[in-house]
Ligand binder design. Structure first.
Ligand code: HBI
Ligand code: FE
Length: 291
């Protein structure tokens, strides 16, 4: 056990880098500003208020790439979370370990001018603009930590595939039901111009009420917009669900059941909106592997 702890601690420390904020160029700050203003325009009226409150609490603005040290003072005061700099995607175990300790790993590089719309690795715009504002919200902050704790168990119980889907359909591409209508909270939508437009203005996608086992069984494609979004009522529901679910036996059960495609609607689904599917008829795409 001691050996194991030492090993994971080393792995975790190996994943940490310095943000080196002084090294961003004027061009880098300008790219951040372009992305920031473009996103606020497309999100207006469509993003959860808790997210906008988070931008404010953190003091994020278009003029400059955030300095983690300064941002962390505000984030820490709000919920005790801290952003740490990492070189890019990191292995699942240290990733979950950080979340379980209220540390959010964020990339430090910013995409180039030529890559404003799509990139494979999460950059600082996705990680910070997309993810960090909601970490100022106590209910969301608790959910993210609980996701990390359950993730650590999942690594040893062949559950990471299922938890990755939970991450995908909530933290990355989740929608939330509000009095004003269905709004965005997932970081993958929040930080993407194309998907934010698609999710809010294109009727192609399905919107289904969030149901845990349904989500864990639903695969996803990483190279296109979502065919189906899952809608929650409030962030506290997500935390409570994780707290009250025995995941290890659930993984065993789900492994014996077939996966669902993101294109299908099941008879037991609570359908909030049945998508037209038009997007996929107009733009047939060659898909990568279903995750
Ligand atoms: N690393 N930096 C980074 N960001 C992520 O979102 C991330 C990761 N490593 C693993 C990972 N996500 C996934 O394993 C989980 O969400 C399942
Ligand atoms: Fe992300």
């Amino acid at each position: 056990m001691a050996g194991h702890a030492v090993l994971t601690a080393q792995t975790l420390e190996d994943c940490l880098i310095d943000q080196a904020w002084e090294r961003y160029s004027a061009d880098d700050h300008a790219t951040w500003g372009t992305l920031y203003e473009r996103q606020l325009r497309v999100l207006a009226g469509h993003v959860a208020q808790e997210y906008l409150d988070g931008l404010d609490i953190l003091g994020l603005r278009a003029e400059t790439i955030p300095n983690f040290a300064e941002m962390n003072k505000r984030l820490g005061a709000a919920t005790g979370w801290e952003v740490v700099a990492v070189p890019g995607l990191i292995p699942s175990r240290p990733f979950f370990q950080m979340l379980a300790n209220r540390r959010f790993p964020a990339g430090t590089f910013i995409r180039s001018r030529e890559q404003l719309d799509y990139l494979e690795e999460p950059d600082i715009f996705h990680d910070v603009f997309g993810h960090v504002p909601l970490l100022t919200n106590p209910a969301y902050a608790d959910y993210m930590q609980q996701y990390g704790r359950i993730g650590l168990e999942a690594v040893d119980n062949k559950g990471v595939k299922f938890l990755a889907r939970l991450n995908w359909y909530t933290i990355e591409f989740g929608l939330i039901r509000k009095p004003q209508g269905i709004q965005i909270y997932g970081a993958g939508i929040v930080s993407s111009f194309g998907e934010a437009q698609y999710a809010t203005q294109d009727p192609s996608s399905n919107q289904l009420a969030f149901q845990l086992e349904r989500v864990l069984r639903t695969g996803y494609y990483i190279d296109d917009f979502q065919a189906t979004y899952f809608v929650i009522d409030q962030f506290a529901d997500l935390f409570n669900l994780l707290k009250d679910t025995a995941f290890t036996p659930l993984y065993a059960k789900l492994r014996a059941l077939p996966d669902h495609s993101p294109f299908e609607i099941l008879s037991e689904d609570h359908v909030i909106r049945r998508g037209t599917g038009d997007y996929w008829r107009d733009f047939p795409t060659t898909k990568g592997k279903l995750k």
